[in-house]
Design a protein around this ligand. Structure first.
Ligand code: M6R
Length: 364
């Protein structure tokens, strides 16, 4: 049941901290604070590259994974949505990694992409929530997201669980490839293990998120912005808003704004920005100043470190706990999903079962 929550989506949003913790627990040895992988039928050290594919939210998790795999593990990554990848003919070197991500393990396009990669000699590693699924049976290795059943059609907790697995996989590959020192691994693991408590603190921001929702609910179009690993978080926010509130939303890499979408900006198109402190903070901040100068209403998710710089610029600022750049996208996902939920409540839509959508898309 819904355990007293109004919708499964609300219940599942509140499960983020527990799900992140459970998922990490499977992959991190608490005594040594080191990532442990199951026995693999291939060697992580000798992978030439990875091809990552998935659909919808799972694809956005994969995009965050790409930033990690490239920057932390030094692994070349190609990524595409499964419906495109399955009909592309990318030249693949045998012995590469085919990395699939799916909550259900039954998504038709992702399954077809898996089969295509297997036929081209890729090692198949799937990040799955349903461990008894078609994709699980056809994979060389399954890494489980320990999210429990996800009932709401809009995916929430599965996403942070997927990120938790991808973060651990990145560490394991980085160690195998020698791009990650033991000391750095320990730092990253410590940052990951800190996430469940930090995720709990996100719920303290409910009031500010509801204020944002009141603005967004009035809009016809909403622009989501982010850079680096926050860009896929913006995409996830935009998708979730579309799914459950039926408001048009579009996510843009903040630096691309001036190459087109800036012409949309006026005071009727709210801008939801995800902007944690770190390397890309100043760059994104100047993009937001450009938007503000054109009358844009800024609704910003940042952290306690970034918040003081935004108070005069943004209409509403949500300051999350400050965490590392590595783990920030995991934490920042929670409030963008919460925002979509709050807007859906204001709109009175069928939150758990939005029109035209199915939980698992088993046809092409
Ligand atoms: O079961 P899967 O993870 O393979 O599903 C992929 C997408 O269909 C799914 O993430 C969809 O985009 C959700 N409705 C997003 O909230």
């Amino acid at each position: 049941g819904k355990d007293g929550y109004r919708h499964y989506m609300e219940k599942e949003l509140h499960e983020h901290p527990v799900v992140i913790g459970q998922t990490l627990q499977r992959l991190i040895d608490p005594a040594t604070r080191r990532v442990m992988m199951p026995d693999l039928p291939f060697d992580l050290a000798s992978l030439p590259r990875a091809v990552v594919t998935a659909c919808g939210s799972a694809f956005y998790a994969g995009l965050v994974g790409r930033y990690w795999l490239e920057a932390v593990a030094g692994l070349p990554v190609d990524i595409d949505v499964a419906s495109e990848l399955r009909y592309r003919d990318p030249p693949l070197t045998a012995g590469g990694l085919g990395l699939l991500i799916s909550q259900s393990g039954e998504t038709a396009d992702t399954l077809a992409a898996l089969r295509g990669m297997r036929a081209r000699g890729q090692h198949i590693l799937s990040v799955l929530n349903v461990e008894q699924s078609t994709m699980a049976r056809e994979s060389d290795v399954v890494l489980g997201t320990v999210a429990g059943p996800e009932i709401s059609v809009a995916s929430t907790k599965a996403f942070t669980a997927q990120l938790s697995v991808l973060a651990c996989l990145t560490i394991a590959i980085g160690r195998a490839r020698g791009t990650l020192s033991e000391a750095r691994e320990q730092e990253l693991v410590t940052e990951l293990l800190d996430l469940p408590s930090r995720a709990n603190e996100v719920f303290d921001q409910g009031q500010a998120i509801r204020e944002m929702a009141a603005v967004v609910a009035q809009a016809r179009d909403v622009l989501y912005l982010g850079r680096g690993s926050s860009f896929p978080v913006a995409m996830e926010g935009a998708l979730k808003l579309k799914e459950v509130s039926y408001i048009h939303a579009e996510a843009y890499a903040a630096g691309e704004m001036k190459h087109g979408p800036i012409s949309l900006i006026d005071n009727t198109v709210p801008i939801v920005a995800t902007l944690p402190s770190g390397r890309l903070f100043e760059k994104t901040l100047s993009n937001l100043q450009e938007a503000r100068a054109r009358g844009g209403r800024l609704l910003v998710f940042t952290d306690t470190k970034g918040a003081p710089r935004l108070r005069d610029l943004a209409e509403i600022v949500v300051a999350l706990p400050t965490v590392s750049e590595f783990t920030a996208p995991v934490l920042q996902t929670i409030p963008v999903q919460m925002l979509a939920y709050e807007v859906a409540l204001l709109k009175g839509t069928d939150v758990d079962q939005p029109r035209n959508l199915a939980k698992s898309v088993t046809v092409e």
